[in-house]
Design a protein around this ligand. Sequence first.
Ligand code: MN
Length: 358
Amino acid sequence: MELLTIGAFSRASRLSPKALRLYDSLGLLTPAHVDEVSGYRFYRPDQLERARLVAWLRRLGMPLARIGVVCDLALDVPDRAAEQIAAYWAETEAELAARRALAAHLISYLSGEETTMPAAQPALAIRYAARSDVGRRRDRNQDTAYAGRRLLAVADGMGVGGDAASAAVIEALKPLEGALPAGNLLNAMQDAVRQADSAVRDLAAADPGTGTTLTAMLWSGSQLALVHVGDTRAYLLRAGELFQITHDHSVVQALLDEGKITPEEADSHPQRSLLLQAIDGDRAARPDVSLHDAQAGDRYLLCSDGLTAVVPAGIIRDTLSAPGDPEQAVGRLIDLANEAGGPDNIACVVADVIEPRA
Ligand code: MN
């Protein structure tokens, strides 16, 4: 295949060489070849499609980190790339609606129709509930669920010391319940995961094969920082739509991503519970991390596979959309998993983002 020079690729993609160099440095679009002597970049003609997608997503205003996720998905699972764009757009429209309301208020205030200046942006609050349940078939509960004023977390333990491991990772995160970390929220979460990792290392030394997943969120008053390892999940219910905001670190998810199995085959796959990543003290966990802007009306669900393996996403969405506080939602979800046979332990955390006086 003949390679294109950066100049030719730039003309064909209508992206400036400067933009192409930026996308390269961000890992969004890596040249097929870089000349060792001159440093010139060369591209394959089939990279044009990805270049165009990057350009359009930039035009849409999507942050660069999210563009990388969409482009990677677009290659193998375009449906999921489409979902990501839909989720981004729903967030953007909600944010725009809030700005529109603020602009309208300021305009009427300054033109004398309104006598009060808009109050300072209200801090948001969360209300929450957490529960884990043994289910109908297991005799031990190795899932742990926790919700406090800042920290939301679920962990699904495995192996002989699985119950201790899932409890230990959440204990390791609890110091975050105190004062908000002075620095970056995500760094604080990653540090806490390192603590969790070393806690589990001791347990795994005594009982090899011991480990746990972890999906946790830290609330700052306006944002939620998410860390995630394994196949526990986080979902966001916003404007009636349910978005899965974590990606399973599982063999089955990898096969799905590669298009080697269908979603139907995934549901009954014999290696459904085999994880590609867990906190097991073996390799240092590399959690996925992300930051989410909160909006009043958002509802978050953190849960273990004991829920998602037996209750379809559509039912989870309908249950979360039904009236009721987080406590009621958690109770209904656990009942649904048990009614579906309760083959595994079930952990659920539900948190609502609310106006403090509401
Ligand atoms: Mn499980």
